[in-house]
Design a protein around this ligand. Structure first.
Ligand SMILES: *Cc1c(COP(=O)(O)O)cnc(C)c1O
Length: 360
């Protein structure tokens, strides 16, 4: 049976990528060694790294003002690295609080300096993106931090907030990185854990405007300085070579698909199909304010928790796994990142219609 994995992360990777990685696992490009066994300074891996970076530049149209870094520790490490490097002593950083992950980023920043919560949707259980026109920016914020897609609550920014001149916007894009066309020049830095849309867990992709890396205080250790990753091409120490190799494969797959504009169209089609069903059904219900709905993580409720448990169990028996909502909010969550084919979404919709017929 074909299995469609709707897990929020680590999440499914494109089938073609998995097959190709399998082929190359023990013998990478005729070397007789797997890519994991090769020196990170040897020509084969250097080529992998260069291609991974070039693919990123091509896909997102990134200028030379920015550097692309691969940093271990996932997105959570970035929650700390950002204020360590970019929030000067006595400075203030603006953070939008749109969900669990924003809250974690805020918690880390508060260790280093003053945080101004510029807007929050906590009082409505994070059912929306905080209304931008109510935001109150600080004077001279070191940066503004947002979470572009809220993996747990199922919300997403459809447009990005305006920022005062000179304030770099930093976005945690862990769960919607490269899922749509964006203008990188609107941001000072973009980052995300790779395991949602880009590859294996444990590594963050960081795209940072190079001038920002000059702000880091001298007390920050080498491994936690952006400048180290920029000046050493992410190879100050041994980088996560297998994760970078997989990321290279995934970005190649994206290019072969036709790039982010094509991928965005497919993502729109997939998410709209599910939301359309939720809206016309009296059985399923979206808890998310319509203007804030995520195209990556579609969360929904059934009439009771018993029915939700039954739905998740029967879906798994029918080849659709990973549909359980995050333990902090319950319900059902269909994570439909780039790698989820339209056929997987169609299978889910067919199952939902059948389930409603039997249990509605
Ligand atoms: C998954 C996720 C994280 C955490 O990523 P790790 O790599 O596990 O640290 C942070 N932010 C968002 C939006 C996420 O979805």
């Amino acid at each position: 049976m074909e299995v469609y994995n709707f897990s929020a992360g680590p999440a499914m990777l494109p089938k073609e990528v998995m097959e190709n990685a399998k082929e190359e696992f023990c013998d990478f490009m005729g070397t007789g060694c797997g890519v994991m066994e090769l020196s990170h300074r040897g020509p084969q891996f250097m080529e992998v790294l260069a291609t991974a970076k070039q693919n990123t530049r091509d896909l997102m149209n990134i200028s030379d003002d920015y550097e692309i870094c691969f940093i271990q520790g996932g997105a959570s490490m970035q929650f700390a690295m950002i204020p360590m490097n970019l929030l000067p002593a006595g400075g203030i950083a603006d953070y939008a609080d749109s969900g669990t992950w924003s809250a974690k980023a805020i918690q880390e920043a508060e260790r280093f300096g003053k945080v101004n919560i510029i807007g929050s949707s906590k009082s409505t259980n994070y059912d929306r993106i905080p209304l931008v026109r109510h935001w109150k920016p600080s004077e001279n914020a070191a940066y503004l931090h947002i979470t572009s897609n809220n993996t747990i609550a199922g919300t997403q920014y459809h447009t990005f907030p305006p920022v005062p001149a000179g304030v770099p916007m930093i976005a945690d894009m862990s769960s919607d990185f490269m899922s749509r066309v964006i203008d990188v020049n609107d941001f000072g830095m973009l980052y995300g854990g790779a395991q949602k849309n880009l590859g294996p867990s444990g590594m963050a992709l960081v795209i940072i405007r190079k001038d920002l890396a000059e702000r880091t205080p001298d007390t920050v250790p080498a491994m936690l300085r952006y400048k180290t990753y920029i000046s050493k091409d992410s190879m100050f120490n041994t980088p996560p070579t297998f994760a970078i190799y997989m990321y290279k494969q995934v970005t190649e797959w994206m290019k072969n698909k036709g790039g982010l504009a094509v991928i965005e169209e497919i993502n729109n089609t997939k998410s709209e199909a599910i939301y359309e069903l939720l809206d016309r059904s009296g059985f399923y219900r979206s808890p998310v304010e319509p203007g804030s709905r995520s195209k990556m993580n579609v969360v929904f409720r059934l009439p009771s928790e018993e029915l939700e448990a039954k739905f998740i169990k029967e879906a798994a028996q029918n080849g659709m796994s990973g549909l359980k909502g995050h333990r902090s909010v319950g319900g059902v969550r269909a994570s439909i990142y780039n790698a989820m084919p339209l056929a997987g979404v169609e299978a889910l919709i067919d199952f939902m219609i059948e389930f409603e017929k039997k249990n509605g």
